[in-house]
Design a protein around this ligand. Structure first.
Ligand code: ADQ
Length: 742
């Protein structure tokens, strides 16, 4: 279709141009033809009326002659007729004879090229025929014919000519496209036959001959064609409209539908027992939010810790369950952990060690050797699960996050040919900070088992490469951004994560006006009350304490907002087994109570704290109801809440206040960017957001929506998969030539 349009449109335009250019020619031609016709017709009329006219003239009955002339000029084309006895006489003529025609000047009409006489009724054709008799040897007859029909005919001819050219263009392009398609298919079929080693000697109706000699050539040719096709696709990355379909297209085209495995700690669907019922829960996790739409698009296997109380009750004998429950599109393979393993690997090394180590949130990391042992053992357990689930010897494995720093190299031990893409969802600190980790070399070596290692921002990539360069024996190429370690190459790349775009229709179903009134009613707030929203896991890196401090400062500096502005903080409980998190929750609760106590005398409270999990639909309803969203992370890899708020605002309203320490701040300069540690600055941003004009809100929101739409999560995953595909092509070539880059 696109080919046809590309061909037909220019052809049509070219032919329309030709039609336009030949139009004056058509005018000239038709005029010449019709003047000839009219000359001949004049002669005919003259001959026909000569005899009766001579008789009337001889009888000298002028009145009869005029009546005769009037009768003749009833013909729609014969405009006027006149008779001149001599050049000095007055013409005997119908009234319609143009004033320019006099007996004395008849010679000027004799020349054929002078036959045209313009008039306000359209062009006229004038001929002068001799009509000599004995009595009047100089007599002449003047015939004037109406030529307006010539212009009409000429217009019609031009119109038909134009249609003819257009029809011609359509027919020519149709034939060309059909012929091109048939020849292309024929060529492709021929090539395929050749690649199968069939084509060359095959007779019609006979079985394909086996041509073993051609097979190596065919294989090379096959790969060459694939690689060429893939290069073309890769170059088109920026042209792709990123969606589940384009992602599926990449998997089908670039990766030939290969098996994709995802490994993460958190599972996307948790089965929980509630009395005698089993409930399905969606966890509040950025990693899950990002990967779920990808898995729906790819239909692979997601390997994760089975943490729900009813998880074991719903799996098959291989510990697998198809999800999403309402419309299964992929499967979860659950890995079971003992309480000790969970305590050591998840709560201990990952969340008390690596999490604070990688975030500059001024919480000291805690490293225990017992936790480390569990971390190693659980990573090993997941590596075995990957090997179990792999259908081929070279699957594509997407390893998620800091829970699995060792998994890439362990997968490589099990499946040396696998393509391992590791994505580190949290920041990477500078080498000095990272040096705190007692197992820093092991962690780095584990991660360098990856084929591709992804971070959200370039500064995280730089920090990682600096860390490797500082602490382990590896060759770092800063131009290509690769690390060569233990004979293997790892590409370190920036892939800023995002959310699905467009958001699911049900998220935007409820009109903004209804969301505003419902949620104000639900929280006992007046209809025109200003509402701010914060949505986070209850984690100390999210800066909730700093956020509350800024709200307090706003009310101190701008008391007009007391009783007129409320901030709803939705905070999902998280890692509740860790002491630091228990302290943090207590601190957040106490702070909300203190601030509310201070300002609640005058109307509704400034802070409504909801420490509970909410379903994504409820979160979106809050986003749509709010006047502003405040993201004040002290350090955050990306922060998807900021992007979700933008996605929720299809009304182009609402203001985003965003911490400069989030990855998102690099992509969204139209947000009000703040330093969460600076309470005065944050209070000023809150005031600005509450007083911002609708026009400014719209302009900022439109720019941000454009960015999130373009750089959505399908692009995030698609770019990693395209890079993986290119890497696989390269390694095939290296194997063939026997030259591997190290
Ligand atoms: P998180 O630290 O989990 O992610 P974030 O990116 O903000 O942070 O994602 C949180 C997700 O959980 C969002 O989808 C949000 O809507 C949801 N959520 C939060 N609180 C909720 C609640 N109370 N109820 C329901 N849902 C809630 C990590 C990194 C981030 C990085 C992501 C993705 O820390 O920096 O952006 O991974 O890579």
């Amino acid at each position: 279709m696109r080919l046809s349009l590309r061909f037909v449109l220019p052809l049509m335009l070219a032919l329309a141009g030709i039609a336009y250019a030949v139009a004056p020619l058509v005018d000239r031609l038709t005029l010449t033809w019709f003047v000839h016709d009219l000359d001949a017709r004049s002669l005919l009329v003259t001959n026909a009326i000569q005899e009766p006219l001579q008789e009337q003239l001889a009888a000298g009955k002028k009145a009869k002659i005029l009546e005769f002339f009037n009768r003749i000029t009833r013909d729609e084309r014969l405009f006027a007729i006149g008779y001149c006895v001599s050049p000095t006489a007055k013409a005997l003529a119908t009234r319609s004879l143009p004033a320019e025609i006099h007996c004395a000047e008849l010679d000027r009409w004799v020349e054929p090229r002078n036959h045209l006489l313009p008039s306000d009724k359209g062009p006229l054709h004038v001929t002068v025929q001799p009509m000599a008799s004995e009595a009047a040897p100089e007599a002449r007859l003047v015939l004037v014919q109406d030529m307006s029909f010539v212009t009409r005919r000429s217009e019609e001819t031009k119109r038909y000519l134009f249609y003819l050219f257009m029809g011609l263009a359509a027919v020519v392009s149709l034939i060309t496209v059909i012929v091109a398609q048939l020849s292309w298919r024929g060529w492709i079929a021929g090539m395929r036959a050749l690649l199968r080693g069939e084509g060359l000697l095959r007779q019609p109706g006979s079985a394909p001959p086996s041509l073993p000699g051609f097979k190596p050539i065919a294989r090379d040719l096959q790969r060459l064609i694939r690689d060429l096709e893939s290069d073309v696709h890769a170059r088109d990355e920026s042209q792709i409209t990123w969606s589940p379909e384009s992602l599926r297209g990449i998997l089908r085209g670039e990766l030939r539908g290969e098996d994709v495995l995802v490994v993460s700690n958190r599972e996307p669907y948790i089965h929980q027992r509630r009395g005698d019922r089993i409930e399905v829960q969606r966890p509040a996790s950025g990693v899950v939010t990002a990967l779920e739409p990808i898995m729906r698009a790819c239909s692979g296997t997601w390997i994760a810790h089975g943490s729900g109380s009813a998880d074991r009750d719903v799996v098959d004998k291989h510990d697998r369950v198809a999800v999403p429950p309402e419309k299964p599109a992929y499967r979860i393979r659950r890995v079971w952990l003992t309480p000790e393993e969970e305590a050591g690997y998840y709560y201990g090394f990952a969340n008390e060690g690596l999490w604070p180590l990688c975030h500059i949130a001024h919480v000291r990391p805690t490293f225990r050797s017992g936790d480390w042992s569990h971390y190693v053992a659980v990573n090993r357990k997941f590596a075995k699960a990957v090997a179990d689930e792999a259908k081929t010897k070279d699957p594509i494995v997407l390893v998620q996050d800091y829970h699995f720093a060792l998994l890439p190299s362990m997968i490589r031990e099990e499946l040396p040919e696998a393509t391992v893409i590791t994505f580190w969802h949290i920041p990477w600190p500078n080498p000095e900070s990272f040096a705190i980790c007692p197992w820093r070399d092991e962690v780095l070596a584990g991660m360098l088992g990856s084929s591709i290692l992804g971070f959200h921002t370039q500064s995280h990539c730089n920090n990682f490469v600096d860390t490797v360069d500082r602490f382990i024996e590896a060759r770092v190429d800063r131009a290509a951004f690769t690390v060569s370690f233990g004979g293997r190459l790892t590409a370190v790349r920036r892939y800023p994560i995002s959310i699905a775009w467009p958001p699911a229709a049900e998220m935007l179903e409820k009109p903004v006006a209804d969301c505003r009134s419902n949620l104000r009613q639900l929280n006992d707030l007046p209809p025109e009350h200003k509402l701010g929203i914060g949505v986070d896991r209850l984690d100390y890196t999210k800066g909730i304490v700093e956020r509350f401090r800024a709200i307090e400062r706003l009310l101190e500096l701008n008391p007009q907002w007391v009783g007129r502005f409320t901030f709803v903080q939705i905070a999902a409980p998280t890692r509740t087994g860790i002491e630091e998190y228990q302290h943090h929750e207590a601190q957040v609760r106490a702070m909300a109570t203190r601030i509310n106590g201070r300002f609640a005398r005058r109307g509704p409270p400034p802070i409504v704290l909801k420490v509970e999990h909410h379903e994504p639909r409820e979160v979106y309803e809050y986003f749509r109801a709010a006047d502003l969203c405040f993201v004040s992370s002290l350090h955050d890899g990306m922060n998807l809440v900021a992007k979700e708020f933008i996605a929720a605002r299809d009304d182009d309203r609402g203001v985003l206040i965003l911490s400069q320490f989030t990855g998102a701040a690099r992509e969204l300069p139209e947000a009000l960017i703040v330093n969460p540690y600076d309470a005065e600055q944050c209070a000023a941003a809150l005031h600005l957001a509450l007083t911002m004009s609708a026009d400014e809100q719209r302009d900022r929101m439109r720019l941000m929506r454009g960015l999130v739409a373009e750089y959505n999560v399908f692009r995030w995953a698609g770019r990693m998969l395209l890079d993986a595909a290119a890497m696989r092509r390269r390694s095939r070539l290296e194997k063939k030539t026997g030259r591997a880059e190290t």
